[in-house]
Every structure is written in C-alpha cells, then in structure tokens.
Write a protein that binds this ligand. Structure first.
Ligand code: ADP
Length: 494
C-alpha cells in the first residue's frame, strides 16, 4: 500500500503535459511519469531498467554527463536535446532539470517538453527568411521600412540593394538621417516631401516617380511604392516602400516622345512640301483648259511643261522620302568598309555632276576603315561631296577635301569645301527634312536629313563647321572603326 505522501507525489508527478524523469548522477532512471512512457513507447518498468543516455539521440548522448555537471553549477539547467523513441522516431525536446533529494540520495529531476511543433515552425521560419533574403538580395529594387510613432518617423531600415540603386550603403542612411532627401534632385524634393507628409498623416497614396543623384554623380529615375501599416484603430505604425530604378524606362519614354515629336514635324513638313507641286499642277491644269478653249495651243504646251516639272519635283520628293523612310528599317549587313575605295567609287558616281565644275577634289591617302553598311555610307559620302560641289559658289576654282582622323576606336571623316559657307544659326536646321537655306536652289532639302539618319542609325554623329557665309564649310561625321583602323583581310567589303 502506498503512504498518503507517496500518493500525493505520484498524483503531482502525473500532472501536466511535460514528461518527467528522475535519474541518479550516473543517468540511471529512478522514476518516470506516464507522459514520457507514452511519448517514448516504453513501459515504466522498461525505462526504469534504462539510463538517460539510452533515450538520447546519438549526437546528444555524450552530453549527458556534461549536463549533470552543469546542474551542479547552475542548480536549474535548461537545454534542448533530442530523444529517440522505441520505434526510432526522433523527438526534439526541451529539458528543464534540477538537483533533488530522492530517497536520501542526490538525483536529477528533468521536465521534458516535446518541442516538435516549435522546431517545425522554427525551420519553416528560417527557410522563409532565407528565401526572402535570397529574393531581396537578388533584386535590384530595394525595400525600406520606416517605423512611425505619433505621426513621426523614428527609424528607417534599408535593404542591401539600396547600394545598387543609390550607391549608398544602408549604414550611410543610418549615419546621415537626411540622406533620403538630399539625394533627391532639388526640383523633385517638394514632391517627395509632400508624399512623406501624406504618408505620416495616414493618407492613402499612389506611387511616385522622381530623380535622385547616385553617389557616383549620375542622375537616376526611381519609382517609390509605399504600403502603410496601421493598427486596428487606424493609427500608422510603419510603412514599407519598394524603390525601383526606372532610369532606362524613362530614357525610352523620352526617346519615344522625341520620336513622336519628330514624326509630327515630319508629317507636317511632308504634307506642306508635297502640296506646293500639287497646287502648281492644279493651277496650270485649269489654265490649260482656258488655253484650249481660246485655241492658245502654244501656251498650253508651255503650261504642260510646267505641270511636268511639278510632277517631276513631286516624284523626286516622294523618292527621297521613300529612301529616308527605309533608313533605320533597312541597314544591310554591317561590314568593314575600305573608305579609300568607297570615296573613289563615290567620285566616279558623281562624274556627271563634277563635269560641269572645275572643282579640285583632294582625297587624303590611307583613310581608316570603318564598320557600317557600305551602301548607306556611300550615300552619305556622295551627298556630302555633291553638296560641296553644288554650294561652291562663284569663287573661282572650288576645292573639296575629303579626309579623316582616327580617335581611338572612332573615326572622324570630313568633307571640306571653300564654298558659300553656312551661317552658324543654321548649323542644326540644315539637317532637318526639306530645309534649304535658299528656296530657289535646286534639290529637295532631303539630302542632309538622309545623311543624319544614316549616321545616327550607325550609332555615329554628324555636324557642320563653318564660320559663316563665304568661309566654306566642313561636314564631319564619326563612325566606329576598328582598333587600329587597319583592314582585316578577307572581310573587306566595298
Ligand atoms: P539640298 O541640297 O537638296 O537642298 P540638303 O539637305 O542636302 O538639301 O541640304 C540642305 C541645305 O543645306 C541646302 O539647301 C543648303 O542650303 C545647305 N547646304 C548643304 N550643304 C552645303 C554646303 N556644302 N555649303 C553650303 N550650304 C550647304
């Protein structure tokens, strides 16, 4: 029969949800409750024949004697371990143990709590944290979190990617509390400040786009999307933001705007310039009717000649326009061009034009080779030489010079003349479609627009240098060459 004291002890021993083990200082089990028996799958009798080491996972077993020492030092010792049940299953366990007096001898009382659930949650949490870290570290966008107290921002944390977008490390933002606004370009600061004021007032806001100056001095466009965190009573506790570098998108947007504006100008100019020969045709058609009614056939023939002229002008315009519209869509194979041959070919093509002038053409020997579409570059050279001849003026013998200068990988070519020259005010506009400085001069005003388009499609640049009327002009363009401007045998085209 059990004494009443022993009965109480048993009752307490079996209470609660923790497994209880009493073992001596060698680990031999002296008493166990039902919870630990059920958990491990052993009977009480079996466990009382076993030692603590036998229910520990191999990696924890060797720590048992060390822990007993620890209990002497700490009196109460808490640690995590892993028990192994009869069927071999592993049970993550948190143990809280202390020294007790058991039947007059020192023993250890351990309360063993099954922490399988907690461990699973911990694993899932660390997996999800690792995943989050992987994602955020891989992103070029960066996140920030601002903690708010009583409507004021009290702490900001930035993700590491802020260095990619801004050039500044998260620590830089911690050291300088105003960096978030000083890095914004002055013109956009009001927008950004206004946004923050709205956020701190708890207002719902839309993403904003603004410019910042990267630590390296470059201008960057960013978008800032913010999500507010409020408590149940609607008080703002924090806000999270995602900053995205949208510089490239903005550049494309601006390019598109420029192209649209160019297209608008183009449509206007085309319809305007095509109208004038049409008006001529319409006008002379009605005059011819009255000429014929009056029997004035000679005048009718003259009027027909004018109609022919206007139609020819329109055809020339339409051909030039068609040619212009093809550039950009049609860049044939890029090849290494021998510019010496290309210039000589261009001069041969222009023999007819040159025959009427006494222009002296000097071509610099050993022109560097460039990469480009040989057909298109030939058009450029022909146009520039033809203009140099056309606008040579009445100054005796015209002299045209074709030359080049190698600048690293780039090659600068020029066509210089000693002709009528160009007022600096028109240095840009002459490259516009249909722009002519003398409305009465022959030509459609498309040539230089064509030259500009071809060079730009090749990633180059074209411009004119002239001090003004009577001083001659020098048309320059830059194209990409080869490293030393030398020809690569076998790949030479043109
Ligand atoms: P076009 O020669 O058919 O008029 P371009 O587009 O080739 O059209 O040239 C536009 C205008 O630029 C010309 O009408 C002329 O006024 C001016 N220009 C072009 N080349 C020269 C040059 N070498 N010297 C002086 N003016 C030039």
């Amino acid at each position: 029969m059990q004494s009443s004291g022993e009965g109480k002890y048993r009752e307490l021993f079996e209470l609660g949800s923790d497994g209880l083990i009493i073992h001596d200082l060698n680990g031999k089990m002296l008493d166990v409750n039902r919870i630990i028996c059920d958990r491990l799958g052993y009977s009480r009798e079996e466990l009382l024949q076993m030692t603590q080491v036998e229910i520990e996972a191999p990696e924890c077993a060797e720590l048992v004697s060390e822990r007993i020492f620890q209990i002497f030092a700490d009196m109460l010792h808490v640690f995590e371990t892993c028990h192994v049940a009869r069927d071999g299953s592993r049970i993550p366990t948190e143990v809280c143990c202390r020294l007790i007096d058991y039947d007059g001898q020192q023993a250890v009382l351990s309360a063993a709590r099954d922490i399988t659930e907690r461990k699973l949650i911990e694993i899932r949490l660390s997996e999800s944290e690792a995943r989050y870290r992987r994602i955020t570290e891989g992103l070029t966008d960066y996140q920030y979190t601002v903690r708010v107290e009583n409507g004021s921002a009290i702490q900001t944390t930035m993700s590491p990617a802020c260095a990619t977008v801004t050039g500044y490390m998260p620590e830089d933002f911690a050291v300088d509390p105003f960096l978030w606004i000083t890095m914004v370009v002055p013109e956009d600061r009001e927008l950004v400040r206004g946004q923050v004021e709205k956020i701190l007032a708890g207002e719902d806001i839309l993403p904003i786009e603004h410019r910042i100056i990267h630590k390296n001095g470059e201008l960057r466009w960013i978008s800032d999307t913010t999500i507010l965190f409020k408590n149940e009573s609607g008080q703002l506790l924090a806000y999270d933001g995602v900053i995205k570098d949208i510089t490239e998108r903005k550049q494309y947007e601006h390019l598109l705007e420029d192209k649209n504006a160019e297209l608008e100008r183009f449509t206007y100019t085309v319809s305007h310039d095509l109208k004038s020969p049409l008006i001529t045709i319409q006008g002379y058609a009605s005059v011819i009717r009255s000429d014929i009614e009056k029997g004035n056939y000679l005048r009718a023939v003259e009027d027909l000649r004018r109609i022919d002229g206007a139609a020819a002008k329109m055809t020339a315009l339409l051909n030039d326009l068609l040619n212009l519209s093809r550039i950009g869509r049609q860049i044939n194979v890029i090849a290494l061009i021998d510019m010496n041959r290309l210039v000589n070919d261009a001069l041969m093509q222009l023999e007819g034009v040159m025959a009427h002038t006494q222009a002296e053409v000097v071509v610099q020997p050993h022109l560097p080779s460039v990469l480009g579409d040989p057909v298109r570059i030939a058009e450029v050279v022909q146009n520039l030489i033809e203009n140099a001849v056309k606008y040579s003026g009445d100054i005796g013998t015209a002299r045209i010079e074709v030359g080049a200068r190698q600048d690293g990988k780039d090659c600068l070519f020029f066509v210089r003349d000693n002709g009528i020259g160009i007022d600096p005010r028109y240095h840009k506009s002459i490259f516009g479609l249909f722009n002519k400085l003398d409305a009465k001069s022959e030509g459609t005003g498309v040539g230089l627009a064509l030259v500009k388009r071809i060079i730009e499609v090749h990633g180059g640049r074209v411009w004119v240098e002239s001090e003004g009327p009577g001083t001659g002009s020098k048309f320059c363009f830059i194209l990409q060459g080869t490293d030393e401007g030398k020809l690569i045998s076998g790949r030479q085209i043109s």
